[in-house]
Design a binder for this molecule. Structure first.
Ligand code: NAP
Ligand code: NAG
Ligand code: NAG
Length: 289
């Protein structure tokens, strides 16, 4: 076997063992009665997370913009077994909303064990068109609101030994075409929250931060965005992605990769800088431009 093959093989085995033990150490019962604030909960992966937390018997506050849709998710969560559930409609492009949402959750639940930051603003999957205002807006929704929600929640998370969960993307580790603004907001999350994680450890503040690196997931918005533009990629199920986020953060993993092999994609990306950009671009449909 070539040395590269050996290295790949070894990392594969190590990762397999790690994945096995991570899964093994997740105890769903630990989430019974857990107090969870979940953003972007009206659709996609956030909606699926709401259902999992409900099944595990958590106490949940959901937020997103659309009240009628949130109500439907709440109803389903109740049938699945949520101990307590509330919702608050909020638009995260407005700088005053994050603090309101955290106050609402703390008032309703009496504390917080998990703050799961998952929402994103409308993503344009297209070439950079020079719209700086859009980028500013997306930064507000995808990044600054995460910072503000975290700032408001940190004292309570510290008191309750809670966890912060930040949903990001492979595009927050590896830049791809058609995602200039989105990619920037996800890289910003990695920078901010990985730096904050150091500081919390240095200050011996017991708050774990889990950054979630997701690949293509079969949500309506994602599939609609990439249709005809990205080739040879299969989307993974949102429900499984949601469970990977929940179990990874319950066991206080620093970075969750879903699908699990994305971790190797990230290693390979760093290890083999020569042809990586050309390989990456081969996944895109040039005639769709
Ligand atoms: N799907 C993928 O392929 C994929 C891949 C990698 C990473 N991710 C990450 O996974 C997370 C969830 O993605 P998803 O595909 O599930 O997204 P989605 O289906 O589009 O859902 C987005 C959620 O955010 C809410 N939202 C949108 N604009 C908002 C605003 N201005 N203020 C507050 N909430 C807002 C939406 O509800 P309302 O419309 O009711 O506000 C909805 O609940 C995101 O962080 C995304 O970056 C997804
Ligand atoms: C931090 O809190 C977790 C529970 O979330 C606990 O298992 C761990 O022992 C605590 N660590 C310290 C250093 O207090
Ligand atoms: C690539 O884009 C073109 C133009 O939009 C489209 O007609 C074609 O079907 C796309 N190819 C694939 C494989 O999706």
């Amino acid at each position: 076997m070539k040395p590269v093959g050996k290295v790949l093989c070894a990392t594969g085995i190590i990762a397999g063992v790690l994945v096995f033990f991570w899964k093994d150490s997740f105890n769903p019962e630990s989430l019974s009665g857990a107090r969870v604030l979940l953003t972007g909960a009206s659709a996609g992966i956030g909606e699926q997370m709401a259902y999992h937390y409900a099944r595990f018997g958590a106490e949940i506050v959901l937020t997103a913009r659309r009240e009628a849709v949130l109500q439907k998710v709440v109803e389903k969560c109740l049938t699945l077994g949520a101990k307590k559930i509330f919702y608050i409609p909020a638009d995260m492009s407005s700088p005053s909303e994050p603090e309101k949402v955290v106050q609402f959750a703390v008032q309703k639940l009496g504390g917080l064990d998990y703050v799961v930051l998952n929402h994103i603003g409308m993503t344009r999957f297209q070439m950079w068109d020079g719209d700086v205002e859009y980028t500013r807006w997306l930064m507000q929704v995808n990044f600054f609101s995460y910072v503000a929600l975290t700032t408001a929640a940190l004292p309570i998370l510290e008191r309750d030994k809670g966890s912060l969960v930040v949903v990001s993307s492979l595009i927050g580790k590896i830049p791809t075409p058609f995602t200039t603004s989105y990619s920037a907001t996800k890289f910003a999350l990695d920078g901010f929250f990985s730096s904050l994680r150091h500081e919390l450890v240095m200050q011996k503040r017991n708050i774990s931060i889990t950054l979630c690196i997701l690949g293509l997931i079969d949500t309506d918005t994602a599939l609609e965005n990439i249709r005809g533009k990205v080739l040879h990629l299969t989307a993974s199920p949102a429900s499984e992605a949601a469970l990977a986020i929940i179990s990874g953060s319950a066991t206080q993993v620093q970075e969750v990769f879903y699908p699990w092999w994305l971790q190797h994609v990230c290693y390979l990306w760093v290890l083999f800088p020569c042809n990586r950009d050309q390989v990456l671009r081969s996944y895109y449909n040039y005639s769709s431009l």
